[in-house]
Design a protein around this ligand. Sequence first.
Ligand SMILES: [Zn+2]
Length: 273
Amino acid sequence: MTGLIPGAPRAGVGGPATDRAVCVLAPNPSPMTLDGTNTWIVSEPGSGLAVVIDPGPLDEGHLRAVVRTAEERGQRIALTLLTHGHADHAEGAARFAELTGSAVRALDPAQRLGGEGLRHGDTITTGGLDLRVVGTPGHTSDSLCFHLPADGAVLTGDTVLGRGTTMVAHPDGRLGDYLDSLRRLRDLASEHGVTRVLPGHGPVLGDALGAVEYYMAHRANRLAQVETAVEAGYRTPAAVVAHVYADVDRALWPAAELSVRAQLDYLDEHGLI
Ligand SMILES: [Zn+2]
Protein backbone atom coordinates (compact mmCIF):
# COMPACT_ATOMS: atom_id res chain seq x y z
CA MET A 1 0.00 0.00 0.00
CA THR A 2 1.51 3.31 -1.04
CA GLY A 3 -1.22 5.70 0.13
CA LEU A 4 -0.12 8.36 2.58
CA ILE A 5 -1.60 8.19 6.03
CA PRO A 6 -2.70 11.60 7.30
CA GLY A 7 -0.21 12.77 9.85
CA ALA A 8 2.41 10.17 8.96
CA PRO A 9 5.87 11.69 8.81
CA ARG A 10 7.51 11.98 5.41
CA ALA A 11 11.21 12.53 4.84
CA GLY A 12 12.24 15.58 6.83
CA VAL A 13 8.66 16.68 7.48
CA GLY A 14 6.27 15.75 10.30
CA GLY A 15 6.85 14.34 13.77
CA PRO A 16 8.68 15.85 16.78
CA ALA A 17 10.77 18.92 15.90
CA THR A 18 11.79 20.38 19.25
CA ASP A 19 11.22 19.49 22.93
CA ARG A 20 7.86 21.29 22.78
CA ALA A 21 6.70 21.15 19.15
CA VAL A 22 5.35 18.22 17.15
CA CYS A 23 4.24 18.44 13.53
CA VAL A 24 1.25 16.62 12.04
CA LEU A 25 1.41 16.91 8.25
CA ALA A 26 -1.87 17.55 6.42
CA PRO A 27 -2.54 15.51 3.26
CA ASN A 28 -2.75 18.54 0.94
CA PRO A 29 0.54 18.60 -1.00
CA SER A 30 0.79 20.91 -4.03
CA PRO A 31 3.32 23.24 -5.67
CA MET A 32 2.01 26.00 -3.35
CA THR A 33 1.76 23.97 -0.12
CA LEU A 34 4.93 21.87 -0.68
CA ASP A 35 4.55 18.56 1.28
CA GLY A 36 1.26 19.84 2.75
CA THR A 37 0.35 22.10 5.66
CA ASN A 38 2.28 21.64 8.89
CA THR A 39 -0.11 21.57 11.85
CA TRP A 40 1.87 22.18 15.03
CA ILE A 41 1.07 20.81 18.49
CA VAL A 42 3.03 22.77 21.10
CA SER A 43 3.16 22.03 24.82
CA GLU A 44 5.30 22.25 27.93
CA PRO A 45 6.94 18.88 28.74
CA GLY A 46 4.83 17.01 31.28
CA SER A 47 1.81 19.27 30.82
CA GLY A 48 -1.60 17.83 29.95
CA LEU A 49 -2.52 20.92 27.92
CA ALA A 50 -1.44 21.66 24.37
CA VAL A 51 -1.78 24.52 21.91
CA VAL A 52 -2.40 23.81 18.21
CA ILE A 53 -1.15 26.24 15.59
CA ASP A 54 -2.92 26.05 12.19
CA PRO A 55 -5.35 23.10 12.17
CA GLY A 56 -5.03 23.14 8.37
CA PRO A 57 -7.57 22.31 5.65
CA LEU A 58 -11.05 20.97 6.36
CA ASP A 59 -10.01 17.32 6.24
CA GLU A 60 -11.70 15.18 8.88
CA GLY A 61 -8.96 12.53 8.86
CA HIS A 62 -6.27 15.14 9.39
CA LEU A 63 -8.11 16.99 12.14
CA ARG A 64 -8.74 13.71 13.97
CA ALA A 65 -5.08 12.73 13.52
CA VAL A 66 -4.10 15.97 15.28
CA VAL A 67 -6.43 15.22 18.20
CA ARG A 68 -5.18 11.61 18.36
CA THR A 69 -1.53 12.67 18.32
CA ALA A 70 -2.16 14.99 21.27
CA GLU A 71 -4.10 12.27 23.13
CA GLU A 72 -1.29 9.76 22.60
CA ARG A 73 1.00 12.30 24.28
CA GLY A 74 -1.43 12.53 27.21
CA GLN A 75 -2.65 15.96 26.20
CA ARG A 76 -5.87 17.82 25.66
CA ILE A 77 -5.94 20.67 23.15
CA ALA A 78 -6.74 23.78 25.16
CA LEU A 79 -6.27 26.47 22.53
CA THR A 80 -6.02 26.86 18.75
CA LEU A 81 -4.04 29.67 17.10
CA LEU A 82 -3.91 30.75 13.46
CA THR A 83 -0.87 32.21 11.71
CA HIS A 84 -3.24 33.72 9.10
CA GLY A 85 -6.56 33.08 7.42
CA HIS A 86 -5.57 31.26 4.21
CA ALA A 87 -7.69 28.14 3.73
CA ASP A 88 -4.80 25.67 3.84
CA HIS A 89 -4.10 26.85 7.42
CA ALA A 90 -7.49 27.91 8.74
CA GLU A 91 -10.31 26.19 6.82
CA GLY A 92 -10.47 23.32 9.32
CA ALA A 93 -10.49 25.61 12.38
CA ALA A 94 -14.26 25.62 13.02
CA ARG A 95 -14.51 21.82 12.81
CA PHE A 96 -11.36 21.49 14.91
CA ALA A 97 -12.90 23.75 17.56
CA GLU A 98 -15.94 21.43 17.61
CA LEU A 99 -13.75 18.34 18.01
CA THR A 100 -11.61 19.81 20.79
CA GLY A 101 -13.81 22.41 22.48
CA SER A 102 -10.90 24.85 22.15
CA ALA A 103 -11.23 28.53 21.29
CA VAL A 104 -9.64 29.80 18.08
CA ARG A 105 -7.54 32.95 18.33
CA ALA A 106 -6.31 34.94 15.33
CA LEU A 107 -5.46 38.49 14.35
CA ASP A 108 -8.41 38.71 11.94
CA PRO A 109 -11.72 38.98 13.88
CA ALA A 110 -13.43 36.95 11.11
CA GLN A 111 -11.18 33.96 11.90
CA ARG A 112 -11.74 33.90 15.67
CA LEU A 113 -14.09 31.48 17.42
CA GLY A 114 -14.85 32.08 21.07
CA GLY A 115 -11.41 33.53 21.62
CA GLU A 116 -9.78 36.91 21.90
CA GLY A 117 -7.71 38.57 19.22
CA LEU A 118 -3.96 38.42 18.96
CA ARG A 119 -1.58 41.36 18.69
CA HIS A 120 2.14 41.81 18.31
CA GLY A 121 3.73 41.59 21.75
CA ASP A 122 1.03 39.42 23.34
CA THR A 123 2.21 36.49 25.45
CA ILE A 124 0.06 33.36 25.50
CA THR A 125 0.51 31.07 28.49
CA THR A 126 -1.08 27.61 28.43
CA GLY A 127 -0.14 24.74 30.74
CA GLY A 128 3.15 26.45 31.62
CA LEU A 129 4.02 27.03 27.97
CA ASP A 130 4.86 30.57 26.84
CA LEU A 131 4.33 31.70 23.25
CA ARG A 132 4.97 35.28 22.16
CA VAL A 133 3.02 36.79 19.29
CA VAL A 134 5.15 38.41 16.59
CA GLY A 135 3.28 40.60 14.11
CA THR A 136 4.58 39.78 10.62
CA PRO A 137 2.24 41.27 7.99
CA GLY A 138 3.27 40.98 4.35
CA HIS A 139 2.38 37.50 3.06
CA THR A 140 -1.09 38.61 4.17
CA SER A 141 -2.11 41.58 6.31
CA ASP A 142 -3.12 39.21 9.14
CA SER A 143 0.07 37.11 9.23
CA LEU A 144 1.57 36.33 12.64
CA CYS A 145 4.52 34.28 13.85
CA PHE A 146 4.73 32.63 17.26
CA HIS A 147 8.01 32.77 19.20
CA LEU A 148 8.65 29.73 21.37
CA PRO A 149 11.48 31.08 23.56
CA ALA A 150 12.04 27.90 25.58
CA ASP A 151 13.04 26.02 22.39
CA GLY A 152 14.78 28.92 20.62
CA ALA A 153 12.24 28.50 17.84
CA VAL A 154 9.73 30.53 15.86
CA LEU A 155 6.62 29.18 14.13
CA THR A 156 6.39 31.17 10.92
CA GLY A 157 3.25 30.08 9.03
CA ASP A 158 3.74 31.24 5.43
CA THR A 159 6.07 34.15 6.29
CA VAL A 160 9.12 31.86 6.01
CA LEU A 161 8.78 28.39 4.46
CA GLY A 162 10.95 25.30 4.87
CA ARG A 163 11.85 25.25 1.16
CA GLY A 164 11.99 27.91 -1.54
CA THR A 165 10.49 31.31 -0.77
CA THR A 166 7.01 32.60 -0.10
CA MET A 167 4.68 34.97 -1.95
CA VAL A 168 3.25 38.37 -1.12
CA ALA A 169 -0.49 37.90 -1.65
CA HIS A 170 -1.29 41.25 -3.30
CA PRO A 171 -3.37 43.34 -2.71
CA ASP A 172 -3.89 42.20 0.91
CA GLY A 173 -0.20 41.40 1.30
CA ARG A 174 2.21 44.33 0.88
CA LEU A 175 5.93 44.18 0.14
CA GLY A 176 6.93 47.07 2.43
CA ASP A 177 5.22 45.30 5.34
CA TYR A 178 6.86 42.02 4.38
CA LEU A 179 10.36 43.53 4.36
CA ASP A 180 9.70 45.10 7.80
CA SER A 181 8.53 41.68 9.05
CA LEU A 182 11.68 39.97 7.79
CA ARG A 183 13.74 42.57 9.69
CA ARG A 184 11.68 41.82 12.80
CA LEU A 185 12.42 38.08 12.39
CA ARG A 186 16.09 38.81 11.78
CA ASP A 187 16.21 40.70 15.11
CA LEU A 188 14.49 37.77 16.81
CA ALA A 189 17.20 35.46 15.48
CA SER A 190 20.17 37.74 16.10
CA GLU A 191 19.15 39.21 19.47
CA HIS A 192 16.77 36.71 21.08
CA GLY A 193 18.49 33.40 20.45
CA VAL A 194 16.04 31.99 17.91
CA THR A 195 17.81 29.36 15.85
CA ARG A 196 15.02 27.17 14.51
CA VAL A 197 12.21 27.94 12.09
CA LEU A 198 9.11 25.75 12.32
CA PRO A 199 7.39 26.70 9.06
CA GLY A 200 3.80 26.30 7.84
CA HIS A 201 5.06 24.19 4.93
CA GLY A 202 8.24 22.20 4.36
CA PRO A 203 10.92 20.95 6.75
CA VAL A 204 12.21 22.58 9.93
CA LEU A 205 15.16 24.93 9.37
CA GLY A 206 18.08 24.86 11.81
CA ASP A 207 19.56 28.25 10.89
CA ALA A 208 16.86 30.87 11.41
CA LEU A 209 19.17 33.85 10.86
CA GLY A 210 20.57 32.36 7.65
CA ALA A 211 17.05 31.61 6.38
CA VAL A 212 15.79 35.14 7.05
CA GLU A 213 18.88 36.71 5.50
CA TYR A 214 18.43 34.49 2.44
CA TYR A 215 14.81 35.69 2.16
CA MET A 216 15.92 39.33 2.44
CA ALA A 217 18.59 38.86 -0.24
CA HIS A 218 16.15 37.00 -2.48
CA ARG A 219 13.51 39.74 -2.16
CA ALA A 220 16.07 42.47 -2.92
CA ASN A 221 17.28 40.49 -5.91
CA ARG A 222 13.77 39.94 -7.30
CA LEU A 223 12.91 43.60 -6.74
CA ALA A 224 15.96 44.68 -8.73
CA GLN A 225 15.00 42.23 -11.51
CA VAL A 226 11.44 43.60 -11.62
CA GLU A 227 12.75 47.18 -11.74
CA THR A 228 15.10 46.27 -14.60
CA ALA A 229 12.30 44.46 -16.46
CA VAL A 230 10.05 47.53 -16.25
CA GLU A 231 12.88 49.74 -17.50
CA ALA A 232 13.38 47.27 -20.39
CA GLY A 233 9.74 47.76 -21.42
CA TYR A 234 7.92 44.84 -19.76
CA ARG A 235 4.84 46.70 -18.65
CA THR A 236 2.14 44.26 -17.52
CA PRO A 237 2.47 42.07 -14.41
CA ALA A 238 2.09 38.95 -16.62
CA ALA A 239 4.92 40.11 -18.92
CA VAL A 240 7.17 40.83 -15.93
CA VAL A 241 6.44 37.36 -14.48
CA ALA A 242 7.27 35.59 -17.77
CA HIS A 243 10.55 37.51 -17.89
CA VAL A 244 11.68 37.53 -14.24
CA TYR A 245 10.23 34.18 -13.09
CA ALA A 246 11.31 32.20 -16.18
CA ASP A 247 13.28 29.90 -13.82
CA VAL A 248 10.23 29.11 -11.66
CA ASP A 249 7.71 26.26 -12.15
CA ARG A 250 4.83 27.62 -14.27
CA ALA A 251 2.34 26.23 -11.72
CA LEU A 252 3.62 29.01 -9.43
CA TRP A 253 3.23 31.84 -11.95
CA PRO A 254 -0.24 32.92 -10.75
CA ALA A 255 1.23 33.31 -7.24
CA ALA A 256 4.32 34.99 -8.69
CA GLU A 257 2.04 37.48 -10.45
CA LEU A 258 0.60 38.52 -7.08
CA SER A 259 4.15 39.02 -5.77
CA VAL A 260 5.03 41.02 -8.90
CA ARG A 261 1.98 43.26 -8.41
CA ALA A 262 3.12 43.83 -4.81
CA GLN A 263 6.63 44.65 -6.07
CA LEU A 264 5.33 47.04 -8.75
CA ASP A 265 3.26 48.83 -6.09
CA TYR A 266 6.32 49.09 -3.85
CA LEU A 267 8.54 50.46 -6.64
CA ASP A 268 5.81 52.94 -7.62
CA GLU A 269 5.29 54.10 -4.02
CA HIS A 270 9.04 54.64 -3.63
CA GLY A 271 9.29 56.58 -6.91
CA LEU A 272 11.56 53.94 -8.42
CA ILE A 273 9.51 53.33 -11.57
ZN1 LIG B 1 -0.82 31.66 3.20
